[in-house]
Design a protein around this ligand. Structure first.
Ligand code: FRU
Length: 469
């Protein structure tokens, strides 16, 4: 579609769809979600000239994975956001099948987007261009066009550039699939964002001791944390294990040392980033005070996503809360961004045996809990969390077959920090050593009930709604 046909259709979709989505009881009260249609990956997360900018993959026209635009929000404090002009639409030959994921950089004071122009052909093949766009005086973006075709030796699955500045150069990691259909991450270098030199593969399937680790690695993000180089990645096709990598597509990370010159990335094992049912394609940025912040998509493509009940209300998916990353003994830990404390109402404290405690309203809730003994948390009869000495087991029914599905976090869980919204929970374990993020769709206003013989200590707050202005 061209701007001439797509823009009126988007405007109409928003006018018709927004009241329906915002009136849906499953619509988040304090997480970011699309005002209509489908939202997937966070894109272009950056702190630029005093504001956070968060872009997102967005199909305003429906709940299918089509017509991908870049929506755009900005915020000074990570809790109050405002809508910005639509940033990118797939209206050029080189991005006609979608303005796919990418990142944002500050190029000498200009907010500049690096994204993938995706082009699908009738015979089922595709190609991809890495493209630039720069912000204009109206807050929109002017496309500068493609700066890189497909690199030799890879299929049409090359996408999701994450660009950063290091030692007088721009660097990019790019997700790719090689001609043997193995997923890879490429490292590239540029002086000016326009001419890119492919330095080679730094991680992927059959590299770095990983063995067979999937057919396509999407959405890489590479950054330094506490002296280590962390690579976030979404290795599609990694083998499912009994209790790990159970989602249709996983989100994972590597921790190690990066030698930019060789280039060579020495890293440890692939670790799952979030053990819940819905988490994918996260992106990070640096806060002004040096914290590394992450926002993920609380969705996973291709599984049961289209059976979620919000589709009937014309919208689907939400982001995770913003999280702070730290490294503890080589383990990447995630905690809710401290800014979220501004949403808290009055603090409540309760202690007692789990089965004797009254249920608490879970529609917009922050809960910190410690337990001695086994306890089950029941979210509106729809999602259950069993907390035992062996770890955590989260369960819910398949939207397709009704059978019970399970996700696990293995280890000794000493403390939980749980954030709930109308249709989501994020469970932070032991100050962020593990996280389980999941959507769930309660039939009525969600109550959280406790069961079991454990002695519990709870602190909790109801969270104020924060709508996007
Ligand atoms: C991940 C992803 C990216 C792609 C985008 C398209 O969810 O498939 O690889 O750029 O979504 O919307």
């Amino acid at each position: 579609m061209t701007t001439r046909t797509l823009l009126p259709a988007i405007l109409q979709a928003v006018m018709k769809g927004q009241p329906v989505a915002l009136g849906d009881r499953h619509y988040p009260r304090w997480h970011l979600a699309p005002v209509t249609g489908l939202m997937n990956d966070p894109n272009g997360f950056i702190h630029f000239q005093g504001r956070y900018h968060l872009f997102y993959q967005w199909n305003a026209l429906g709940c299918q994975h089509q017509h991908k635009c870049w929506g755009h929000w900005s915020s000074t404090d990570l809790t109050h956001w405002r809508h910005e002009p639509l940033a990118l639409m797939p209206d050029e030959e080189y991005d006609r099948s979608g303005c796919y994921s990418g990142s944002a950089v500050d190029d000498a004071g200009k907010l500049t987007l690096c994204y993938t122009g995706n082009v699908k052909f009738d015979d089922g093949t595709r190609t991809a261009w890495q493209c630039l766009a720069v912000q204009n005086a109206d807050g929109g973006f002017d496309k500068l066009g493609p700066v890189m075709p497909l690199p030799g030796g890879y299929t049409g699955h090359v996408r999701d550039p994450k660009v950063w500045r290091h030692a007088e150069h721009w660097y990019m990691v790019l997700g790719a699939q090689d001609l043997e259909l193995q997923g890879k991450v490429l490292l590239l270098r540029s002086e000016n964002l326009w001419n890119w030199e492919n330095l080679g593969e730094i991680a992927g399937s059959t590299l770095g001791g990983l063995g067979d680790a999937g057919y396509m690695w999407e959405c890489p993000d590479l950054f330094m944390l506490d002296g280590k180089a962390i690579l976030l990645c979404c290795p599609q096709g990694v083998a499912r294990e009994e209790k790990r990598f159970l989602n249709t597509y996983p989100s994972a990370y590597l921790c190690g040392e990066l030698d930019y010159e060789q280039p060579e990335y020495r890293h440890g094992p692939l670790v799952e980033l979030d053990a819940g049912f819905e988490f994918y394609a996260p992106q990070t940025t640096l806060a002004e005070d040096g914290r590394r912040l992450l926002i993920g998509w609380m969705g996973v493509p291709d599984g049961e996503e289209m059976l979620q009940p919000t589709v009937a209300q014309g919208w689907i998916h939400q982001m995770t809360c913003p999280r702070e990353l730290t490294l503890r003994d080589g383990l990447l830990c995630q905690q809710p961004a401290r800014e979220l404390a501004a949403l808290r109402g009055d603090e409540q404290r309760v202690e007692g045996v789990a089965s004797a405690l009254a249920p608490i309203a879970a529609q917009s809730l922050e809960l910190m809990m410690e337990a001695q003994g086994d306890v089950t948390l029941d979210f509106a009869g729809t999602l259950r969390l069993e907390w035992t000495r062996d770890g955590l087991c989260l369960s819910r029914r398949s939207l397709k077959s009704g059978e019970w599905l399970y996700r696990y976090w293995q280890g000794e869980a000493k403390r939980l920090h749980i954030l709930c919204d109308s249709s989501s929970v994020e469970i932070f374990i032991n100050d962020g050593e593990g996280v389980m993020s999941s959507r769930y769709f309660p039939a009525a206003s969600a109550m959280l009930a406790f069961d079991g013989g454990a002695q519990l200590r709870l602190r909790y707050w109801s969270l104020r709604p924060c709508m996007v202005e």
